[in-house]
Write a new protein. Structure first.
Length: 179
């Protein structure tokens, strides 16, 4: 759903149209769900950007959080010394810079730059999702060379790596017991 962001006041104002998966919370926080690895919360009331992992906390999530805050830091939107771990496991937060001019809204500028960051990262996480879905498809629909039909493998009394009567226990040291 597209949203319009109006920057500036009076005659100096400009309107920007952004297409993002974004929701507004009860407290006025903007929650952005477009990125593949992280969820971004922009809190104009607290003047903060908070980043949460989407599902699983791993190295990809930390890398995405680091790239976002580096991106916003290079654009002069967050204070570099304010980047810290948040109260939620795996979250990071940073304080937005206070603008020198009252007509500039740092939250709106941050929203536009977060959109730029997501658009820059979009090919990366879309290709990652495509690779994961291809791997799932290979397991669910294997080729003829990678699978056998039921009944093709001949039956034997001892077959495979687990032999009956062979005890695998850390205390028995793999002795062969006869039944």
């Amino acid at each position: 759903m597209p949203i319009k962001v109006k920057i500036g006041k009076g005659a100096d104002s400009a309107s920007v149209r952004l297409e993002m998966d974004i929701r507004k919370g009860v407290s006025g926080d903007l929650m952005i769900f477009d990125h593949g690895d992280i969820d971004i919360v922009l809190s104009p009331a607290q003047n903060k950007v908070i980043v949460f992992p989407k599902e699983v906390m791993n190295d990809l999530v930390y890398g995405a959080q680091n790239r976002l805050f580096s991106f916003l830091q290079k654009r002069g939107l967050v204070l570099p010394e304010s980047v810290q771990a948040g109260a939620f496991f795996g979250s990071f937060e940073a304080q937005l810079q206070t603008p020198f001019n009252e007509s500039i809204n740092s939250a709106k500028l941050s929203l536009i730059n977060i959109n730029d960051f997501i658009n820059e990262e979009r090919p990366y996480f879309e290709s990652t999702e495509a690779i994961i879905s291809m791997a799932d498809e290979m397991e669910l629909q294997p080729e003829k060379t990678d699978s056998t039909e039921l009944g093709e493998v001949p039956q034997r009394s001892e077959q495979g790596s687990i032999r009956p009567g062979f005890v695998r226990d850390p205390y028995s040291l793999n002795y062969m017991y006869t039944i």
